[in-house]
Write a protein that binds this ligand. Structure first.
Ligand code: HEC
Ligand code: HEC
Length: 253
């Protein structure tokens, strides 16, 4: 499915360059024409101050759910060769297609070292998905404040890890302070697991075991079941160690 879209999009891109929907009739236009129409995306005056409330909310969601950590800030790519940039998808995919991809992912990768597009349907509300789609369709404009939390390394690994827990969006699935409780109705446990408490620390009793599951993920089923994403190739080793240092500060009993 993903491949078919990719091929279709590639075809469209070759035929039409970067022309906007409104100028599709000019597909055969020259390079000069292409350059003059690409900048503003589909939003009039697509700059920081003129976006709609939905687009602005989508930009914040894009940061909060860590889309930016895999797809790059404002979806510009460059994080991993396995994760596509999103600069063109808004022009190439419909609202329904984008919703489907965000809610259901694009198939969990069997290779634990490669990231896959996570299943978000249980975690991100329909309202938030609609905002994300509006943001993608607007060409991922710059929105004030929609930037990930900073990475601070000078205050010790637990502080760094706490910030990374927000930055990589772990908090959306595992809850504040790793307390869990996010529903995952069709999974065996009916919820996304806590990263705290006696059961967690009994099973994950070494740093290496925690690092391994963050890096390699754990696919427990297909959409709509939410699985643990593969973060290998996305989160560097030093940050994995910081995340573990933070997790080990959480409630053990
Ligand atoms: C853990 C990394 C990761 C995160 C986080 C992530 N994605 Fe993805 N995403 C991917 C990968 C990998 C693909 C390519 C999957 C494929 O083609 O099989 C992808 C594909 C996509 C596509 C389809 C792109 C195309 O060209 O076909 C869209 C749209 C998308 N992601 C949106 C999002 C949004 C919105 C978020 C945040 C809610 C998000 N992604 C979070 C890894 C990620
Ligand atoms: C899209 C939701 C989602 C996100 C985002 C996510 N996880 Fe997970 N995670 C899961 C699910 C679901 C499982 C359970 C997998 C299983 O049962 O095998 C899991 C399992 C784990 C486990 C093993 C716990 C256990 O009891 O099996 C650890 C540790 C973990 N995640 C850490 C993280 C960290 C750190 C981050 C951020 C870098 C993160 N997760 C981001 C969904 C998520």
């Amino acid at each position: 499915m993903a491949r078919a879209w990719t091929v279709a999009r590639l075809g469209a891109a070759v035929a039409c360059g970067l022309l906007l929907a409104g100028t599709l009739g000019a597909c055969g236009g020259t390079k000069t024409v292409t350059k003059t129409v690409t900048v503003v995306g589909t939003v009039p005056n697509g700059g920081a101050t003129s976006v709609s409330a939905s687009v602005a909310a989508g930009a914040h969601d894009f940061v909060q759910f860590a889309c930016a950590q895999c797809h790059g800030e404002r979806g510009r790519g460059g994080v991993s060769a396995d994760v596509p940039a999103l600069s063109q998808v808004g022009k190439q995919l419909t609202v329904a297609q984008l919703k489907q991809i965000i809610d259901h992912g694009l198939g969990e990768s069997a290779n634990p070292t490669k990231p896959y597009m996570p299943v978000w349907g249980q975690v991100i509300s329909a309202h938030q998905v609609a905002d994300l789609v509006a943001y993608l369709h607007a060409g991922l404009p710059s929105v004030p404040g929609a930037t990930p939390p900073p990475v601070i390394t000078a205050q010790g690994p637990a502080v760094e890890g706490a910030l990374l827990y927000q930055r990589y969006g772990c908090v959306n699935c595992h809850g504040p302070n790793g307390l869990g409780g996010v529903p995952n109705p069709q999974s065996p446990d009916k919820a996304i697991p806590a990263l705290s408490g006696a059961d967690f620390f009994k099973e994950f009793n070494t740093d290496q075991k925690i690092i391994d599951v963050i890096r390699s993920g754990s696919v427990i089923g297909r959409a709509p079941i939410v699985s643990m994403p593969h973060w290998g190739g996305i989160i560097p080793d030093s940050q994995l160690r910081a995340l573990v240092a933070y997790i080990k500060t959480l409630k053990t009993g």
